[in-house]
Write a protein that binds this ligand. Sequence first.
Ligand code: EPZ
Length: 420
Amino acid sequence: MSKLIIRGGNDLTGSVKINGAKNSAVAVIAAAILCRGTTILENVPQISDVKILLNIMKKLGIAIEWVEKDAVSITADDDIDSSAIYQEVSSLRASNLLLGSLLGRTGKAAVALPGGCDLGERPMDLHIKGFTQLGAVCGTVESRYIQAEAQNGLKGAVIYLDFPSVGATENIMMAAAVAEGQTVIENVAKEPEIVDLANFLNGAGAKVRGAGTDIIRVEGVKELKGRRHSIIPDRIEAGTFMSVAAVTGSRLRLENVISAHLKPVIAKMRETGTEIRCAGSNMYVTGPKRLKAVSIQTLAHPGFPTDMQPQMMAMATLAKGTSVIVENIFEKRMKAAAELTKMGADIAIDGKTAIVKGVERLHGATVRAHDLRAGAALVAAALAAEGETVIENLNIIDRGYWQIAEKLTDIGGDVRRIDE
Ligand code: EPZ
């Protein structure tokens, strides 16, 4: 099992180039299935979630080729096998995004019930509701995979999402892009990754309006054509390195950042006493000698992102005062707490609320990454802790962070990667 060995206490300094966004890349890669001809995607991070998704698509008969270090060519012209029931699918939540594009392109799709991080129940009811309203017949088979089929093609509908689900918004938008007539999707997710997907689809010939607002309107078109598209920067990777600067009292420059995507994170970080200055696509982050305690509620965008909650928890463990963190999106996303406690943190969990009493220092320990962002939180804490921390289950962190050991070493972190 791979692990990171981090010796804390180093002053960190220098620049970090932020990669393309994982949660945009996986959606846009899936959407390329809708397009005839070749799609070239730039600024694609070589993270394992992306590699696994591309491997599944290869097994569907789609031509995939990395044309540069962070650019991939996708050609979905030949016969596509619409059933992605593969081993890899069960380890990747984002594979559920293949449903919308396969359904739109081939009229049917079967994808293993998604796996990914264990953040609790990851239902697909809103995805199925949308596909059904577009005219597909859906079902789950042997509770192992989801099937959807639209023998008479997809027809536009008015769809209301009970919760602004990111994945459901993306899946329904992809299917609606090539449905007959108009689709209106209400109470949609407004994350920047939704806007990036809509921009990709429109560049390929789709007619998607309103992405980033509460209502998305789609005028279905017959065909989409492959095109070149650059993935937006990863706001959560940027936020993670912001938390690294904050918790270690360091000054870092982050390059390739869209600060408008990070408004809630910037606001809450400033409340901790962290200095943040944005200049074009650069962000300068300076952590204070000691952080102030803050209270956080995770909400759908533009609320505070759940994907930054564990990293804020890591910061709170060393802050002056007591922080209250409420996780409203996922029912099992407090896994970082037990591991941070092994490092000397004082955290009490009550349902979806974490009460974090700041301590003067953390000490190194052997800890485990239970999910992607909890793993990122442990990396930040380890860089600020006294002594050596071993973070096990590094493959979980590799799902969403490309070259994290190299990036931390480049800014002065004492970080070693052990691949076993
Ligand atoms: C996306 O997951 C992201 N993943 C997650 O990032 C992110 O945390 C999440 O959106 C929320 O922002 C990708 O984009 C690949 P949801 P997704 O559907 O689409 C409920 C990371 O660390 N729900 O918005 O799976 C669900 O139970 C990952 O990068 C339903 O009830 O999230 C959850 O409570 C983790 N029914 C809430 O919505 C449904 O049909 C949010 O889920 C679908 C979702």
